[in-house]
Design a protein around this ligand. Structure first.
Ligand code: FB9
Length: 689
């Protein structure tokens, strides 16, 4: 239909030289919006048309006028309700059962269609004219032909009104043609063969188009983040340790690390012991002896733990509780080959702990560990390496807190400052291995070993905006997420961060967007669909900013392509200009542009999916704070139900685009009214501003 309509428009233009969209709508008896759509499609053909937008007044029917068009005029309705045999009936009856009878009666009397008979008791009414012609209804069908007097008369009767509508005035463009030649999408061999390409038009190359989806396998997010961490270690000169043994024995997992046999971590409540084979029996005898001694009697300046060390404890097999067991094996091996040489090792692999499960903890996780063995290393060296390592993740603001590990002294927990949440977050643990661990291995006394660890799951969940570890690992993982999630970049990115009214374009912020599982009051994460930027967000935030002191920081997933860059920048710039009012309650919104549905993650872990539900939530907050600003649920149950019905229609059209909204004709403002539902703004209006 559209192509045919497009060609009809071109034909009309070719004949008359000029046209406007309203005349074309009447001429082709189609809705004006359809003509507008066809003209927009024609504008895709370069220089085919010259189009100018103009406003024009147009007479249209009111609802009452529409009623007359469909059912006949009110006076005709009164006449037709009277007996055809011209007998008289009660006027009161007619007034009670005929719609618009009051106006109808007055107009019917004025036109001598009917007459009244006043009796003592009541007034009767009967037909007077032998027959009538319903000119009013006829006129409703041809508004544009009405005389000025008729228009005046019907306007007074509120049957018609004057609408200001935007029309498009067309003229022939430099490349005008009555035929629509679809531009070629590809330069094919045929076009090349006979030089046909020389006369063809080609579609402009869309540089924002995404590549064709490859029907290939997809890496799990954890493996993507692991690759990024691996790159960082390798570029820092680290060598990967062989971690291909989930099953370990207690000797290497605990005893070699000077972790006493009574330590609670060695209890079955914290560790998975293996029943078959239950024990290991091959150990380096001399080394094992030295370990037994340092635990039970001390040595190397240490008093040891002074307990009766048992080989049976050391023989127990288990699922390794940390990759530091592998570090111990590697450090021991160092001295078995030849004399000591400095090394840097790293590992990233699964470890197992018999822990209480919750939304962010399973009985296993991937530990990331770095180890450096060199002469005279100090705590300062460890701190320096940590700054270097985390800087490569885009994190530069670190703090350290004293901690305890059985195998390192001193030990430190590592924290980084998160700009968006304005707080310090734990990102790992570290320390200097104890002499009681290193010297029994035979390492020289002036050799120190510094090490640190963190998990792989925590940064991955943050990077991909996951709140529950089961969305990342396990049988419930959504394979669509694995297929669609973007490549992982742990290096720099640009975001606009609004801190205390000062806007900082931060080039080296961490792309890892930290989302705290538990927000304080009025903190939320608004994920916006970068492919269909939500049209309701700006108007809602303008209203929200009147009742809250909102602070919005914007972030962008690396998956966001340039397709809607203009809209995204437009919204980001708008957000930066939001003024704040410190006398109002604070609301912190982290706005994240991503490739996926618009949704709102609230402090209580609730997720509101879709623009319309996000609008309902913000609409309630605004209305609760000041019902003058926005009408939704404070205007009675009937009004709220009408709004919700309309919202459900909009919801069906999601993801919303200008076209899909344009098709929702019923939500066009009734002219000379300021808003869709009347003179006051309702939640519907935010979608059409
Ligand atoms: O990973 C952790 N947090 C984290 C890490 C990275 C991140 O984003 C990256 C910056 C971009 C965000 C958060 N943590 C360690 C801290 C907490 O999450 C903690 O609650 C959970 N910890 C795990 C162990 O919990 C039972 C994370 C895991 C962990 C803890 C300690 C080590 C390794 C992993 C270690 C060690 C160590 C110490 C000394 C010598 C050798 C190894």
């Amino acid at each position: 239909m559209t192509t045919e309509l497009m060609e009809n428009i071109l034909g009309y233009l070719s004949e008359y030289g000029e046209a406007d969209s309203l005349d074309l709508a009447h001429r082709f008896a189609v809705d004006h919006q359809k003509i507008v759509g066809a003209i927009k499609s024609l504008q895709a053909f370069e220089d085919l048309l010259k189009v100018e937008s103009k406003s024009r007044k147009e007479w249209v029917l009111t609802d009452e006028g529409q009623h007359v068009l469909e059912k006949g005029s009110h006076e005709a309705a009164v006449y037709n309700a009277l007996p055809a045999d011209f007998s008289a009936v009660s006027q009161a009856d007619i007034l009670s059962k005929v719609p618009f009878a009051k106006v109808g009666l007055s107009k019917a009397l004025a036109a001598s269609m009917v007459e009244l008979i006043k009796t003592g008791k009541e007034t009767l009414i009967k037909r007077k004219a032998p027959s009538i012609t319903d000119n009013v209804q006829k006129h409703m069908k041809e508004l544009q032909m009405l005389s000025d007097d008729s228009k005046k008369e019907y306007k007074k009767r509120k049957l018609i009104k004057e609408n200001i509508i935007k029309i498009m005035v067309l003229q022939k463009g430099p490349n005008f043609s009555t035929k629509i030649e679809k531009p070629e999408a590809d330069l094919t061999a045929d076009l090349l063969m006979n030089d046909a390409w020389k006369t063809k038009k080609f579609k402009p190359i869309n540089l924002n188009a995404l590549g064709a989806a490859l029907d290939v396998g997809h890496l799990h997010p954890l493996l993507k983040v692991r690759t990024e961490f691996r790159k960082i270690f390798l570029e820092m000169g680290f060598e990967e340790m062989p971690t291909n043994n989930y099953v370990e024995n207690s000797f290497w997992n605990f005893d070699a690390l000077f972790q006493p046999q009574q330590h609670p971590a060695r209890d079955a409540h914290d560790t998975f012991f293996i029943s078959e084979p239950a024990i290991s029996s091959k150990f380096p005898e001399d080394y094992l002896k030295r370990v037994e001694t340092v635990h039970s009697k001390g040595g190397y300046g240490s008093q040891g733990y002074k307990y009766d060390w048992k080989i049976e404890e050391a023989q127990k097999n288990l699922l390794r509780t940390h990759t530091t067991a592998v570090s111990a094996r590697m450090l021991y091996q160092l001295m078995q080959k030849s004399e000591f040489k400095p090394v840097r090792y790293f590992s990233i692999d699964r470890v197992f702990r018999n822990e209480t499960l919750d939304a962010t903890h399973l009985a296993e996780f991937h530990q990331v560990e770095g180890v450096i063995a060199d002469y005279d290393l100090t705590l300062g060296d460890l701190i320096g390496v940590l700054y270097e390592f985390f800087k490569k993740l885009g994190i530069e603001k670190l703090e350290f807190k004293p901690a305890y590990n059985p195998y390192t002294e001193p030990s430190m927990e590592i924290f980084c400052f998160h700009e968006g949440l304005n707080k310090w977050i734990e990102i790992g643990n570290s320390g200097v291995f104890r002499p009681e661990m290193l010297l029994p291995m035979g390492l020289p006394e002036n050799v120190n070993v510094i090490a640190w660890g963190l998990s792989l799951e925590r940064p991955t969940m943050i990077k991909y905006g996951l709140n529950n570890i089961r969305d990342l690992v396990g049988p419930k993982v959504d394979l669509q997420m694995v297929q669609e999630n973007p490549l992982c970049r742990l290096d720099k990115c640009r975001t606009a961060i609004k801190v205390n009214e000062k806007v900082m374009i931060n080039n080296s912020c961490s792309p890892i967007i930290f989302l705290r599982e538990v927000f304080e009051t009025e903190e939320m994460a608004l994920f916006c669909d970068a492919d269909h930027p939500p049209c309701c967000i700006k108007p809602l935030l303008v209203l929200l900013n009147k009742v809250y002191n909102i602070s919005v920081t914007t972030h962008e997933h690396s998956s966001v392509v340039q397709s809607c860059r203009k809209d995204i920048n437009n919204i980001n710039r708008f957000l930066l200009d939001l003024t704040s009012n410190n006398t109002l309650p604070k609301m912190v919104i982290t706005l994240i542009w991503h490739r996926g549905e618009t949704c709102l993650k609230l402090s209580n872990k609730r997720v509101l999916a879709g623009q319309v539900n996000v609008a309902r939530y913000f609409g309630r907050l605004i209305e609760k704070a000041n019902s003058e600003l926005l009408k939704y649920e404070s205007f009675g149950a009937t009004f709220a139900a009408q709004i919700d019905m309309a919202l459900s229609k909009i919801e069906e059209a999601e993801p919303l685009t200008q076209n899909s909204l344009a098709l929702l004709h019923e939500f066009r403002k009734i002219d000379n009214l300021n808003y869709i539902c009347g003179d006051e703004m309702s939640l519907l209006d935010v979608f059409f501003m």
